[in-house]
Design a protein around this ligand. Structure first.
Ligand SMILES: [Cu+2]
Length: 330
């Protein structure tokens, strides 16, 4: 190693140690205690339940749970997650622009308060995104007047712990008049990118690196269960980056994006992108054409994160069915 480089490294390490001693220690508050691992034998594992959604005109009611459920985040590795409805990400919700949402959160977690922060609505957070205490429920009403792809998450303090432990998902607010490209789209999928850190380790959430970066909750899941399309299809992906800490450089190998609607709003259209940048909590609708048979990797182009699990496969075949493996023999 060149001497100057090693000196610089040493200096950086010293500064890092100093910083971690003086600045970051102040963040170790009592909040850490709330996220400490309970003993394994006493951990809850509440079975997943579907959300309940009812519509009457533009009045939509949605009932969801906050609950503790074991989630497989990598093959053979479970995480005792804080969840909405027992899945991570939580269920994908779909409503329409102009709907009035009446939302009920049933908190089945016997120990901690939880809450719901919908990025899709206009509401006073101090009144409508408030904590629901253990074994209680809260109901809140708000309008959803902005079309798009939005994140929802638990907003209870420390928010970082509630998101890192699994409390997030996607809500799609369908545009009143649709997207101009609606007639061309052949199939659509939803993808949520997020990070997993060492289980319930608040210090790692704050200062550490993610152990896994994933699409739809599990590392490399979409390699084994690929998304499917047919040659010539225009594919639409609703994508969202839940973070909590990292951005996504969302990219589909082997195609360019015909249209990207930033945050899923039909007004925010971009054409011909290679990669779309999603900030933590950002979303998009991405559309592209697949012209040849084969496996098209879906990645975040930050390859340290792709290597930690944020890779999927879109398998394109002559008939849109999965024939297994590389679809090149037809
Ligand atoms: Cu929570």
């Amino acid at each position: 190693m060149p001497k100057r480089y090693s000196q610089a490294l040493l200096l950086c390490s010293v500064i890092a140690v100093l910083l971690s001693g003086c600045i970051f220690d102040t963040t170790k508050t009592s909040e850490t205690a709330a996220t400490t691992n309970p003993p394994k034998e006493t951990r809850l594992n509440q079975p997943a339940v579907p959300p309940i959604m009812k519509r009457n005109g533009n009045q939509v009611s949605i009932e969801m749970t906050a609950q503790i459920t074991n989630i497989e985040i990598s093959k053979g590795e479970t995480y005792n997650a804080w969840t909405f409805n027992g899945t991570v990400p939580g269920p994908v919700l779909r409503i329409k622009e102009g709907d009035v949402l009446t939302f009920t959160l049933k908190n089945k977690d016997p120990n901690l308060a939880h809450s719901m922060d919908f990025h899709a609505v206009h509401a006073a957070p101090s009144a409508k995104f408030i904590d629901v205490q253990p074994n209680e429920q809260g109901t809140f009403t708000y309008p959803a007047n902005t079309p798009g792809v939005f994140m929802y998450h638990c907003g209870t303090k420390p928010v970082l712990a509630h998101i890192a432990n699994g409390m997030y998902g996607m809500i799609i607010v369908e545009p009143k008049n649709g997207y101009p490209t609606d007639p061309m789209v052949d199939r659509e999928y939803t993808l949520v990118q997020s990070e997993w850190y060492e289980e319930h380790d608040y210090e790692q959430f704050l200062n550490g690196e993610p152990e896994y970066v994933v699409f739809n909750g599990t590392d490399f899941e979409l390699m084994e269960k690929p998304l499917l399309a047919k040659v010539g299809d225009i594919v639409r992906l609703y994508i969202s980056n839940a973070g909590p800490n990292e951005v996504s450089s969302f990219h589909v190998v082997g195609t360019t994006m015909d249209a990207v609607y930033i945050d899923g709003n039909p007004s925010n259209v971009l054409k011909g992108l290679q990669t779309v940048l999603l900030p933590a909590s950002g979303g998009a609708v991405v559309e592209f054409t697949v012209t040849e048979e084969g496996d098209y990797p879906i990645v975040t182009h930050q390859f340290d994160h792709a290597s930690k699990g944020a890779v999927g496969i879109l398998r394109v075949t002559h008939d849109g069915l999965d024939h297994g493996g590389q679809a090149s023999g037809h």
